[in-house]
Design a protein around this ligand. Structure first.
Ligand code: HEC
Ligand code: HEC
Length: 282
């Protein structure tokens, strides 16, 4: 018996021998004021009866951290992002605020409708890439490298301006539908020595425990999320790569066409959920 076969059986045993627990049936209200949509009707063609935020699958302590913006450790990243927003960089002598002024107004709602079609590059664009486009084309500054510089905090700051807004990805623009198809294919494709797809864990085994971790639907509405395990904000493409690595497969580069397609498809799978950035996860 080869290694992958043993590993697969071991994983199967972990999943089947484990408990199945219903995700908690509670409401997430931020600071006792902003009621979040954490369960939403599935968009047409969705395989699950309803979409559910990963918040429901976390422990009481973790859920409480997200409900209180003073306790949420991800809010430090958002504050860093605000500083970066106002910092002059690059040869044009401008900050983000020089052109976009008050993010609470100009960025409101934007985080809920990304990724979106970007005509100029003929591809979908996400917030991280849009930040880089502005840095290079409008500020004369260098693009942030993946997960470096201010990429995570600035992305978190921009997405946080849409806190509570329902995620909505527009598949009608440009070739978005084709990118959705490509993302879907990747989502169901079994890879790695463990021969698992995203769907193996987040669709078929959703609600079960794997190595003491309660498997959610793998929704993306809280990114960048604060992970207690890492003590840091974690970007979406980092999470994708981590999940792919766990199947012992080679993982694609951040912002590669494969991961952009997955971002389009997984964002659609969580459509209707509130933007939770920065969500708190284990
Ligand atoms: C010199 C002016 C200028 C500066 C400085 C600038 N931008 Fe932009 N930004 C634009 C323009 C013009 C657009 C719309 C066209 C485009 O996509 O380039 C835009 C678009 C955007 C969008 C997309 C808006 C939408 O409707 O989807 C975001 C997000 C954004 N900028 C963020 C930033 C951030 C973050 C910074 C600082 C790192 C920044 N911008 C710096 C001019 C600027
Ligand atoms: C071996 C099982 C496994 C596979 C395969 C897997 N994941 Fe995950 N994933 C996890 C676990 C465990 C977590 C953390 C608990 C949770 O939220 O499910 C997680 C979390 C996530 C999250 C964060 C959810 C949140 O609420 O913050 C996303 C997004 C995600 N996965 C996407 C994917 C995608 C896309 C794929 C396929 C490329 C994939 N996962 C494949 C096990 C897996």
């Amino acid at each position: 018996m080869n290694y992958s076969r043993i590993a697969l059986i071991a994983l199967g045993a972990t999943l089947t021998a484990s408990l199945i627990a219903a995700p908690v049936d509670e409401k997430l209200v931020i600071d006792g004021e902003l009621e979040m949509t954490t369960v939403a009707p599935s968009p047409e063609g969705h395989p699950l009866p309803e979409v559910r935020s990963g918040w429901h699958y976390r422990t009481e302590t973790t859920r409480a951290l997200e409900a209180d913006s003073f306790e949420n450790p991800g809010m430090l990243g958002v504050e860093q992002g605000e500083e970066l927003w106002n910092t002059v960089e690059g040869t044009a002598g401008k900050s983000c605020a020089s052109c976009h002024q008050d993010a609470a107004e100009t960025m409101a709602g934007l985080g809920a409708v990304y990724p979106k079609w970007h005509e100029a590059s003929g591809k979908p664009i996400n917030i991280e890439l849009q930040i880089n486009a502005c840095r290079v084309n409008n500020m004369g500054a260098e693009a942030y490298k993946f997960d470096k510089g201010g990429q995570k905090p600035l992305t978190a700051y921009i997405k946080h301006q849409s806190l509570g807004e329902p995620v909505k990805v527009s598949l009608e623009e440009g070739d978005m539908q084709a990118w959705w198809e490509r993302g879907k294919e990747l989502y169901y494709k079994r890879t790695g020595q463990l021969n698992l797809s995203c769907a193996s864990c987040h669709e078929k085994n959703n609600g079960k425990y794997i190595r003491a971790d309660h498997l959610s639907q793998g929704n993306v509405n809280g990114f960048p999320t604060y992970r207690l395990k890492q003590g840091n904000l974690i970007s979406l493409h980092n999470r994708f790569r981590g999940c792919i690595r766990d199947t012992r497969a080679e993982y694609p580069a951040a912002f590669s066409d494969d991961l952009m397609a997955l971002e389009v498809y997984t964002t659609w799978r969580g459509q209707g959920l509130s933007v939770e950035t920065p969500a708190v996860r284990q």
